[in-house]
Write a protein that binds this ligand. Structure first.
Ligand SMILES: *[C@@H]1O[C@H](CO)[C@@H](O)[C@H](O)[C@H]1NC(C)=O
Ligand SMILES: *[C@@H]1O[C@H](CO)[C@@H](O)[C@H](O)[C@H]1NC(C)=O
Ligand SMILES: *[C@@H]1O[C@H](CO)[C@@H](O)[C@H](O)[C@H]1NC(C)=O
Ligand SMILES: *[C@@H]1O[C@H](CO)[C@@H](O)[C@H](O)[C@H]1NC(C)=O
Length: 208
């Protein structure tokens, strides 16, 4: 059975992706690549006749696609718009058609996030709110404390998408360097780091 593999399945913008066809039938008259599924004539990228190695480009050919006699399709310098499903339609010597599909996703690298805090100097047992600002809506957000992954305590709460970290009440052990980290499947970027100082407030302090 024919299977197609996108290498890699998650592509950074401007990179190349190879749609690798495994087990292309030997007795094939022709095959064609299309953007999308179901296929339509105006979404044809390229048509290849196996007997003659004749390649004909279709209306959806952007000039960045190369087809090989083994069926594989190379797409160079991908853009976010190239994201989607691709179909190879194979026509055997009896003009019977079969299809196989594959999909890949193109991502722009994330930009550097910026970290803000209500106050870098906090009295012990007060609260503090750290906000991770990012242009990359929907990207994954992680928090770092002294360059290590932040271990959440019961005093810490995160907003739904992790962009806001609240510590209430704050304790001395929370003093240190905070950073947030934004990532998507092709890139990762860390924010500026913010040093939190916790000051001792005798009026607040409870002795054991
Ligand atoms: C098909 O040919 C391309 C280009 O030579 C190569 O990169 C790819 O590995 C081949 N695919 C298979 C399944 O052998
Ligand atoms: C088609 O290309 C393949 C691989 O490059 C080659 O082995 C074959 O001889 C070519 N056939 C024709 C008819 O040119
Ligand atoms: C930050 O907190 C400290 C200690 O509570 C306070 O003295 C200072 O005025 C605060 N700074 C700002 C900008 O709110
Ligand atoms: C996280 O959610 C907030 C509030 O809904 C939004 O403003 C922000 O852009 C989101 N951040 C990311 C990285 O998606």
């Amino acid at each position: 059975e024919v299977t197609i593999e996108a290498v890699p399945p998650q592509v950074a913008e401007d990179n190349n992706v190879l749609l690798l066809v495994h087990n292309l039938p030997l007795a094939l008259g022709a095959f064609a690549w299309y953007k999308g599924n179901p296929v339509s004539t105006n979404a044809e990228i390229v048509h290849f006749v196996t007997g003659t190695n004749k390649t004909t480009t279709g209306p959806a050919h952007s000039g960045r696609e190369t087809v090989y006699s083994n069926g594989s399709l190379l797409i160079q310098r991908v853009t976010v718009k190239d994201t989607g499903v691709y179909t190879i339609e194979m026509t055997d010597e009896n003009f019977r058609r079969t299809e196989a599909t594959v999909q890949f996703h193109v991502h722009q690298p994330v930009t550097q996030p910026s970290l803000q805090v209500t106050n870098t100097t906090v009295k012990e047992l007060d609260s503090v709110t750290l906000t991770c600002l990012s242009n990359d809506i929907g990207a994954n957000i992680q928090w770092l404390f002294n360059s290590q992954s932040l271990q959440l305590t019961e005093r810490m709460t995160l907003s739904q998408n992790n962009s806001i970290l609240r510590i209430d009440p704050i304790k001395r052990e929370d003093a240190g360097e905070y950073q947030c980290e934004i990532s998507n499947p092709v890139s990762v970027k860390r924010s500026n780091s913010i040093k939190l100082d916790i000051i001792f407030d005798p009026h607040h302090h409870h002795h054991h």
